[in-house]
Design a protein around this ligand. Structure first.
Ligand code: G1P
Length: 294
């Protein structure tokens, strides 16, 4: 293992079927859906770049190669824009990731989030970040940066946490801790993937941001299947608690679940209201609708 301290690697597990967004996801990857004019995956890559990440691993399916291509050179389009529109040329070149820093790994079958991370193992040589692009976070300090800072201080895995309403606990990994009220950083005592309300140990949910020690890859190699017959990252984390501490962190920021329709709509409205370019028009539209003037 080369680096123990610096988090320079991120894994984007983006091979999922996007079932909650069918039929749109039949032909377009949900990670390419835009919030305003920027695709979800670009927000995720940007967040990672701003957090000092240099190595970007995309775990994709053959049908979703386009997600990684978004960050490569598009010579034809660049040639066209060079003569026609320099402003747009800048927009599509500034999001590029250098060729040597992009790694594509195929997850041939959707066997779960844990399996997706395990598929990336040959490019992982130390602690690493995981970002689920459909969890979009707007924050002052990039969310992954917040987790990296905690990892560096405590030298152990840390997971992004948020409170959710009890009727939603069955959509998340839910943690058990006993110092949740006193601190933003908490030691995780147990985790359950998608529990029923009855079985949920709290309403503290795992959000798609993780900074993980390398030992999680060894846990994932055991290929234990869990909820939905899938290899769950949550189960590997739960097992690793016996040997090393796993922290939860209530990060600063506003998070939207863009993997479902209403979450994505909410993110669109929020993003428009915080952009000078769209704020005025968005406000007008909302006022009009609230007055039922349509
Ligand atoms: C995954 C994880 C879950 C986590 C969630 C956050 O579930 O398995 O523990 O709470 O991401 O978005 P998924 O949404 O992929 O089913």
């Amino acid at each position: 293992m080369k680096n123990i301290e610096n988090i320079k690697t991120v894994v984007f597990p983006v091979a999922g079927l996007g079932s909650r967004f069918l039929p749109a996801t039949k032909s377009v990857a949900k990670e390419l859906f835009p919030i305003l004019n920027i695709p979800l995956i670009e927000y995720a890559v940007d967040e990672a770049k701003k957090s000092g990440i240099e190595k970007f691993i995309f775990v994709i399916s053959r049908e979703k190669l386009q997600v990684a291509r978004h960050f490569e050179t598009n010579s034809k389009l660049e040639r066209e824009l060079k003569s026609k529109n320099k402003k747009f040329l800048e927009v599509i070149t500034k999001n590029r990731i250098p060729k040597n820093n992009i790694f594509k790994v195929f997850q041939e079958r959707p066997l779960g989030l844990g399996h997706a991370i395990w598929c990336a193992r040959k490019y992982i040589d130390g602690p690493f970040a995981v970002v689920l692009p459909d969890d979009l976070v707007f924050s002052k300090t990039p969310c992954i940066q917040q987790l990296v800072d905690i990892y560096k201080k405590h030298k152990t895995s840390v997971i992004g946490i948020q409170e959710v309403s009890m009727d939603r606990v069955n959509q998340y990994g839910i943690i058990k801790t006993d110092n949740q009220k006193t601190n933003d950083i908490m030691t995780i005592q147990d985790i359950v993937e998608k529990p029923s309300i009855k079985r949920a140990p709290s309403n503290l949910a795992i959000i798609g941001r993780y900074v993980l020690s390398y030992n999680i890859i060894e846990e994932l190699s055991k290929k234990q299947t869990g909820v939905g017959g899938e290899i769950q990252l949550t189960d590997a984390l739960k097992n690793s608690i016996n040997t090393s501490r796993v922290l939860g962190y209530k990060f600063e920021g506003k998070r939207f679940d863009c993997g479902n329709v209403m979450g994505a709509i909410e993110a669109q409205v929020f993003a428009a209201l915080k952009e000078d370019l769209y704020k005025k028009d968005m406000t007008k539209i909302l006022q009009k609708f609230l007055k039922k003037d349509y």
